[in-house]
Structures are given as C-alpha cells and as structure tokens.
Design a protein around this ligand. Structure first.
Ligand code: ZN
Length: 275
C-alpha cells in the first residue's frame, strides 16, 4: 500500500515542473525568418540595422499554472533526429519547442493555457502541440482561423485547436487577466490583424515586460511610426501602438519586440528565466 502511494506521488511530480513561487518568464528560440525584401513591412533594406527577424516563443510559469505565448513558424515534427535545422518557406529552426520545454521540466501537454498574438503562419506553427491547453483567444481571431479565412498559410498547423477548450478574451476593458492577480495580462492591440493581442508580464525581481506580438517587427517602426502595408487596419495599429506606449510608461515596463533579432539575441534563453 505504502509503495503504491509513493509511486502515485512520483507520477504526479513528473507531470510538469513544480509550480514556481513567483512568476517566471522563459524565452524560447523559435528560429529565424530570412527576409529578402522588407518592402512588405514598409522598409528599404538601408533603413534597417538588421533585416532578418527572430521568432520568439514564451513560457510563463505562474504559481497557479502555465501559459504558452506564440508558437513559431516551423513545426517541431520537421526537425527529425540528427538534423541540425529544418525550414518552412523562409522560416528556419535549429531547436524544437518540445526540447526547450523539456529542459525546463515541462512537456507541451503540461501547459494549461495557450495564447497567440495573432493568426499569421509564423505564430501558429506549433499550435497543435498545445491543443490540450485552454486556448485564450479573441473571438474574431478564432472565428477567422477556424473558418479558414485568416492569412495563416498553413492551417494544418493549428487544425487540432478546433477541438480545444477555449475562453474568449474580449471585453470592454481590452484586458484579460489570465491568473486573476494582475501579473499576466492579455491586451487587445488590434490592427496588424483583426484581433491582434499583446502580453504583459509582471515579475517580482525584474522590470515588467510587454511582449508586443507583431504590433512592431523592427525597432525602426517605433522611431519612424511606419506601419506595415500588410496590416489589416493601419490606423488601428497606430492607435494600438499609442495606447500600448501609454500602458508601458504607466507600468514602467520594457518593450520586447518579438521579431527584433538584435534585441532577441541579447535575452536570456530557457532554461534560464526572468522572474
Ligand atoms: Zn510575425
């Protein structure tokens, strides 16, 4: 009897790392986008310090559960054992999300919540890994994705989400408090897509972070105000940027532009974390 109890306790402990005492933010490397011509983002090469883009994925481990934010372009399954890298069109990965999560002590099935900044292909690549999580999503993004009306390129990479539990994050305040304590907040920042979302993470010992999805791609968008021609509503993007900027100032937060390669390269990567 005693042995059985001990075995049960061991099994529990192995289903995901122990919950941390305070919020942890893990940065995962979801590869790189090789950009031949940045014109579709509104720039000429000579206006930019770096043309290629990083792809960041993020695990937020909260005392009450886990949230995975954005899932890259290239599915883990493309990276077969022994391969140094794998590509999908102009996206390339050298590491899987699964291996990076394992280094922290989690499997994709352990993750409680999935949120995606928006439906573009370079953010939904591994959404299927998290089909067992509760999908936190604006209604419009889910509706467009499941109706096949979003510009996602590879809908097969999120097809399992159609059966996932989900919670609609829309409300009048434009903010959705994931764990109910103000530390992890999804913020509506529409414009790039209809329901584009950013993420605020408050940490105990470091500056709060705002992960801005694709509200910006290059830091030069912050300084010039240039909005990519591909945005579904450019005026809305400009307004979302203004609103988010005011929020960042109020929260004394730091802006992390997920595609900003130079900034991304400087961040601590999982299994290291910010707390
Ligand atoms: Zn993107």
């Amino acid at each position: 009897m005693r042995t059985i109890l001990l075995l049960a306790a061991t099994a529990l402990a192995l289903s995901g790392a122990d919950a941390p005492k305070s919020v942890r933010l893990y940065v995962l490397d979801c590869g790189r986008l090789a950009i031949d011509d940045p014109a579709r983002l509104g720039f000429k090469k000579e206006q930019l310090k770096t043309v290629d883009l990083s792809m960041g994925c993020y695990l937020i481990a909260h005392p009450k559960g886990t949230l995975f934010w954005d899932t890259g372009a290239v599915p883990d399954s493309y990276l077969k054992p022994g391969m140094a890298k794998a590509s999908l069109t102009y996206g390339t990965i050298t590491k899987s999300i699964t291996s990076q999560l394992a280094a922290v002590g989690y499997a994709p099935k352990d993750i409680n919540f999935l949120a995606i900044s928006h439906y573009h292909w370079d953010h939904i690549g591994n959404a299927n890994l998290f089909a067992g999580a509760t999908w936190l999503t604006p209604k419009i993004e889910r509706d467009l994705m499941l109706a096949g009306k979003s510009d996602s390129r590879y809908p097969e990479n999120y097809s399992l989400l159609k059966n996932s539990k989900f919670t609609v994050t829309d409300n009048k305040t434009g903010e959705y408090d994931v764990f109910g304590d103000g530390t992890v907040i999804l913020k509506a920042t529409p414009g790039h897509t209809e329901g584009h979302t950013s993420l605020f993470v408050k940490l105990k010992n470091s500056q709060p972070v705002v992960l801005s999805g694709d509200l910006y791609h290059y830091p030069e968008e912050v300084t010039t105000g240039i909005v990519p021609p591909i945005d579904v509503n450019k005026d809305q993007t400009t307004k979302s940027r203004k609103d988010l900027d005011a929020y960042i100032k109020k929260q004394k937060a730091v802006l992390w532009i997920q595609h900003d390669l130079l900034q991304f390269e400087k961040l601590k990567k999982a299994p290291q974390f910010y707390e």
